[in-house]
Structure formats: C-alpha cells, structure tokens
Ligand binder design. Structure first.
Ligand code: SF4
Ligand code: SF4
Length: 242
C-alpha cells in the first residue's frame, strides 16, 4: 500500500537529519516507481540540454504537456511505464539522467516550503517525507539540511524554482481571469521553448520591453531567468490580462 507521511518536526537550514542513499542500499531506485515527476522550467532546461533534444522531441519521447489544474500554466511531467510504473528515465543500470536529475529527485526525502513569519520575513523551512519503501532514514549519517542541499547540487535549481514559484503566486492572484491562447503560447515559448524564443528575439520579434544584456544572449539560463521575471512582473498583471 502507498504510504506517505511528513515528520511532524519542521527543519531549518541549520538543522540536522539522518539519511543516506547509495547504490547498493536494499531499496535502491524503489523511489523511481509510481511517481508523477513534474518538471520545473529549470529541470526541463537541464534535462533537454543534457539529452540534446529539441523541445518537441523531448516531450514526445519522455513527457506530457498540459495545463496545471491549480496554476492554469503549462506544465511538463515525465511519463511512467504503463506496465512497470517506472519513471521513463529508469533503466536496469539505474537512473540514466542521474547527473541532470530533476530537483524533486535531488531534494527527496525533503520537502521545502517558503513561508513568512509574524514579522513578514521570508522563511525557508523543510519537512521530512517518510515512505515505507525508503530505507535511507535508517542509515546512520547525520547531515545538516544546508549540507544536504549542497551535496545534491540543488542551489541553482532552488533559485529558478523560487522564481517559478513567484510566477505561480502571481498567476493565482488573478486566477479569476482566464489566460488567452496567445498569452499561454508566449509563456510556453519563454519558459520551455527557449531556443525558439532566442531565435525570435534575434529576429527582433515582438517583445519590445524584454531586454537581455549582450553578454547573456548565449545563455539559456540567463534567458530563462529574465523570462520568468518578465512573466511575473510584466505579463501577469491585471491590466495586461484584462
Ligand atoms: S529522474 Fe532518475 S532519479 Fe528521478 S525518478 Fe526518474 S529515474 Fe529516478
Ligand atoms: S534510500 Fe530512499 S531515496 Fe535512496 S534509493 Fe532507497 S528509496 Fe530511493
């Protein structure tokens, strides 16, 4: 039976927890089954680049594109095998995209939340996810949350995921205003289809108020960063949506 609980304790970056995961542990890759992996825009960028696939090719081969029920924004998730329920990237030898695995795979067994304290200050807190199949919790390795994030090379992912989170919050602020097809196409272009977006920018396409430094023109990461900020601050505004 599928069994998923959060530990009641809330952790900060300085807190320690006990966990280890390694090739050879009895539950190795059990967490790669029956899991709906939703990719953040940065997850998608890293995976697509590492596999040297075009955007459409990637989606056709590994994923599904749809509008998020809550966000009403375009979402890409990874397929699971209909017979074994394994993630599309899991093969006999293990995860075939391990070096570029998505942020949720890196973060597990942690769940991260951004909240505000009584003074309105931003707070980053963590909860521990426990599932019956995961034996990593019984390993005797104590590690600080912040060191675990470093070990899992999560910092660039968190930076972009937080920006994407701000886009989602902005969208929810105006959730009663439906997004037109044109706006959805533009969001898809700016968030997932970066090579095409770059090409359109080079041909002086239509976004006059979108500005990219000369030095940043060859970086898809910079393009994604600027795109997310543009969507948050300029595209998803009440006056623009109405
Ligand atoms: S991407 Fe890799 S680590 Fe993540 S669920 Fe799929 S196979 Fe497992
Ligand atoms: S220890 Fe947990 S995260 Fe690691 S392979 Fe086992 S189930 Fe997956």
């Amino acid at each position: 039976m599928y069994n998923f609980v959060f530990d009641p304790k809330t952790f900060t970056l300085e807190d320690e927890f006990s966990f280890n995961c390694y090739k050879g542990i009895s539950c190795f890759n059990k967490c790669c089954y029956d899991v709906k992996l939703v990719l953040s825009p940065y997850d998608f960028l890293r995976l697509r680049k590492s596999l040297s696939l075009e955007v459409e090719e990637f989606i056709k081969k590994y994923g599904e594109l749809y509008l998020g029920e809550v966000t009403q924004l375009p979402v890409i998730s990874i397929n699971i095998d209909p017979y074994t329920f394994a993630c599309a990237f899991l093969k006999e030898e293990g995860c075939t995209v391990y070096k570029e695995r998505p942020s949720s795979c890196r973060l597990y067994p942690l769940a991260r939340f951004i909240t505000r304290n009584d003074k309105g200050e931003r707070q980053e807190i963590y909860k521990i996810i426990r599932e019956t199949h995961c034996k990593g919790h019984y390993e005797n390795r104590i590690i600080k949350i912040k060191d675990y994030l470093k070990e899992q090379e999560l910092f660039p992912y968190l930076f972009f995921n937080d920006l994407w989170g701000e886009v989602i919050i902005k969208r929810q602020k105006f959730a009663n205003i439906p997004l037109t097809g044109d706006i959805l196409d533009l969001i898809f272009l700016m968030v997932y289809d970066l090579p095409n977006f770059k090409e359109k920018l080079e041909k002086n396409f239509f976004l006059e108020d979108f500005f990219l430094e000369e030095d940043d023109k060859n970086s898809e990461e910079k393009l994604l960063e600027k795109s997310l900020i543009y969507i948050r601050d300029k595209l998803l505004t009440e006056e623009n949506l109405l």
